[in-house]
Design a protein around this ligand. Structure first.
Ligand code: NAP
Length: 321
């Protein structure tokens, strides 16, 4: 099968969704970065990264030739795809759902940022294979500080969810020495598994878990006053989704950070606003994890690329809404 024509220019390349079949015929000689997911068509990463690459070319002309594209790769194909991306000369890869945990066991070198989480979202080319990083935690901490003016360090945190995003967030909160971490999740077994995973990392930070059902009860006095609430569940991705907790049950939360960014305002955020609690969505987290990944690949400072990426992400979201 012939390889589809690769359009010239970053703006056009980001429109396409490539597949494993395209990768097998890949013969592009210019350097390429890619995001892999299944599905992937919704990803804002190509728009963010290509905008930053174009702008950064003023400081480093080599970056003008780099294109960031997206690949739809099925989870069962990742093992075959990763060495192929390497042999075809790709400079770096981002991984999104469902690849972050699967890739962890497929690559040769893991940065400490990823090893405690057990998941990677950024792969950097080495001579012999891929080195894995996880920039999600950095993205969360930077976004919480920027949007809510709250440091994870020394905060009491109520984290909702027990999937991949919650695991990364929990590790980041512990590494930054939050004051306490309370975990909430719909499925008790997943909650317990996350708690077990965190046990060795927590050191002196107390970790509590609360079932989602008990959060509907009137007495949640076990939860500290002034918690930072972080939603790391998918509850809210559909506008009709109910909020995963009722904020009225909590004592004066300091802020509500919802990792969801599309839709831009979830019911949880809506309630926070009505109660006068500072709240923000997850777009800045997406941007900061992306800016850190670009820094890992190209040395472009994340502090300089993040504002450009945010503008590009907002423009892309406006187009798809
Ligand atoms: P995941 O591994 O599939 O985990 C999903 C989590 O959501 C689980 O804890 C699940 O609970 C919970 N959940 C799903 N539907 C729910 C509902 N209706 N009510 C209550 N809980 C529900 O997904 P993930 O990768 O962790 O991602 C979670 C969310 O974070 C997604 O919305 C994703 O878009 C977002 N995210 C954002 C960024 C960013 O940069 N802004 C980065 C990563 C992820 P059970 O255990 O009960 O199934």
């Amino acid at each position: 099968m012939p390889m589809p024509e690769i359009p010239n220019g970053q703006a056009m390349a980001q429109e396409l969704v490539y597949t494993l079949a395209d990768l097998k015929h890949w013969n592009k000689s210019t350097p390429t970065l890619a995001v892999l997911g299944f599905p992937i068509a919704h990803s804002l990463s190509p728009m963010m990264h290509n905008a930053a690459l174009q702008s950064e070319a003023r400081h480093n002309p080599r970056l003008e030739t780099i294109t960031y594209v997206r690949f739809e790769i099925k989870p069962e194909d990742l093992k075959e795809a990763l060495p192929l991306f390497h042999s075809k000369g790709f400079l770096g890869l981002n991984l999104t759902v469902p690849h972050k945990v699967i890739a962890f066991s497929l690559i040769e070198k893991i940065d400490p940022s990823a090893s405690l989480i057990g998941a990677v979202n950024t792969l950097r080319r080495t001579q012999s294979g891929w080195e894995g990083f996880n920039t999600d935690g950095y993205g969360l901490a930077t976004a919480v500080k920027e949007s809510l003016d709250i440091e994870l360090t020394d905060s009491n945190i109520l984290l909702i969810g027990a999937g991949g995003a919650a695991r990364g967030a929990a590790v980041e909160c512990l590494m930054r020495k939050c004051r306490s971490l309370t975990l909430v999740n719909r499925t008790a077994q997943n909650l317990e598994e996350l708690k077990m995973h965190l046990k060795g990392i927590a050191k002196e930070v107390p970790i509590n878990s609360v079932s989602q059902v008990s959060l509907l009860e009137p007495d949640v006095s076990g939860i500290a006053r002034g918690v930072l609430v972080i939603n790391a569940t998918s509850a809210g991705l559909k506008p009709s989704d109910l909020a995963p907790i009722d904020l009225v049950r909590l004592r004066e939360p300091a802020g509500v950070f919802d990792m969801i960014y599309n839709p831009p305002k979830t019911q949880l955020m809506q309630q926070a606003e009505e109660l006068g609690i500072l709240t923000t969505n997850g777009l800045t987290m997406l941007v900061h994890q992306g800016a850190k990944a670009l820094e890992i690949w190209t040395d472009a400072p994340s502090s300089r690329t993040a504002p450009l990426m945010l503008r590009a992400a907002r423009e892309a979201l406006a187009l798809i809404r």
